[in-house]
Design a binder for this molecule. Structure first.
Ligand SMILES: Nc1ncnc2c1ncn2[C@@H]1O[C@H](COP(=O)(O)OP(=O)(O)OP(=O)(O)O)[C@@H](O)[C@H]1O
Ligand SMILES: [Mg+2]
Ligand SMILES: [Zn+2]
Length: 350
């Protein structure tokens, strides 16, 4: 089955994609895929051809070549009803506010857990701004498909750390994607449930900012997922966390705890503690809401460099301030998951 066949969506026109058809729209004149029988079939049932899918490659055969063995709707429904029994712990990294370090926390915790021998998968549920692939240094043909099962094959960062991201599906990662509401949920659902994850200790879902369709879909698909809330110490971020907590309470989400990122900066000259965004607000907020505080990660220029290089600090096994903090956070997450120490926020009295 084609990678992305279940991601009916549209990239902004710019002339380089093969096909603008998304299952219902017309094909672009001169589309290279115009003679594709599988695309024509897809248009008939509205399942959609994915215009931005990576070009045919060994890992992602085009349906024309592999035979259009579509994953039957009933099969898919059945798969979606089972909350991944082969995955021990599911974590939902979220924040409320954008840019506070969700993706950095997700990939670094994942890498630290993998280095500690855990089997880890990452779902990048940020469809508009997928950054997991970039943070893991993967730019090419990242998502494959298993012909026999019709499942997507995640990309590999380490033998025990795999990930799936829209960036691995898009042909042109620099072009914006226009999503229609329900299609977002379908895509996120497919990334979670329709991937050959195998047995995992941890499945970590990196979320987009805010509390939207993607978040609801994740909570609905994985009722046992535990939220790891990321905030920075400043009041703007804390205010958004309060809203995110309200959302989790309404949506029935469970919480593992809260981490404070960008928590102070160790001066590269004298080693002094610079409180750029203040410090300690996350811990106070956790106390206020009775949520476990999982740890704090300082601002560290090495974190920016590692993001640009696509090598998580935790995987580089460095000894910098943020690397140590991410490792400590991962150990805390691991211990709390094994101890079954989550807060059922929705069940709490007001
Ligand atoms: N502890 C840190 N020290 C220095 N830079 C950091 C730290 N944590 C994150 N950053 C940087 O801050 C930026 C935003 O981080 P990141 O992309 O992880 O945030 P996000 O919450 O996932 O953002 P978005 O809401 O857009 O998904 C990145 O450039 C990242 O490298
Ligand atoms: Mg992000
Ligand atoms: Zn100094």
């Amino acid at each position: 089955m084609a990678v992305g066949a279940e991601f009916p969506m549209k990239q902004e026109s710019g002339g380089t994609e093969q096909c603008t058809a998304n299952g219902r729209a017309a094909r672009k004149p001169g589309c290279a895929a115009a003679s594709c029988a599988a695309c024509a079939a897809a248009e008939g049932d509205g399942a959609g051809h994915f215009p931005g899918a990576v070009p045919p490659c060994a890992a992602a055969p085009h349906p024309e070549q592999s035979g259009p063995e579509r994953f039957d709707r009933e099969q898919r429904r059945a798969a979606f009803s089972s909350p991944l029994p082969a995955v021990k712990y599911k974590l939902f990294v979220m924040s409320g506010k954008g840019g506070v370090g969700k993706s950095s926390v997700a990939v670094n915790v994942a890498a630290a857990l993998a280095l500690a021998g855990r089997k880890v998968g990452i779902v990048d549920a940020d469809l508009h701004g997928p950054s997991v692939a970039g943070l893991l240094g993967s730019r090419a043909c990242a998502v494959g498909a298993d012909e026999a099962s019709g499942k997507l094959l995640p990309a590999e960062f380490m033998p025990n750390l795999h990930f799936i991201s829209m960036a691995g599906v898009l042909r042109d990662r620099d072009r914006a994607v226009i999503w229609r509401g329900p299609k977002k949920s379908a895509a996120v659902l497919r990334f979670i449930k329709d991937v050959a994850w195998g047995e995992l200790d941890f499945l970590i879902v990196d979320s987009p900012p805010g509390t939207g369709d993607e978040h609801l879909t994740v909570l609905k698909a994985l009722p046992d997922i535990l939220a790891v809330i990321v905030t920075t110490p400043q009041e703007l971020s804390l205010a958004d966390v309060r809203r995110a907590l309200g959302f989790l309470k309404t949506a029935g989400g469970k919480i593992l705890g809260l981490a404070e990122n960008m928590s102070g900066l160790s001066c590269p000259h004298c080693g002094g503690d610079i409180r750029l965004f203040k410090k300690g607000g996350g811990r106070l907020l956790a106390e206020e809401y009775g949520i476990p505080f999982l740890g704090e990660i300082p601002l560290d220029p090495a974190a920016v460099l590692s993001a640009d290089l696509g090598l998580p600090l935790a995987a580089a096994d460095g000894d910098g301030a943020a690397a140590r903090a991410f490792a400590a956070l991962a150990a805390e997450v691991d211990a709390r998951c094994r101890a079954g120490a989550a807060v059922d926020f929705a069940a709490r009295a007001e």
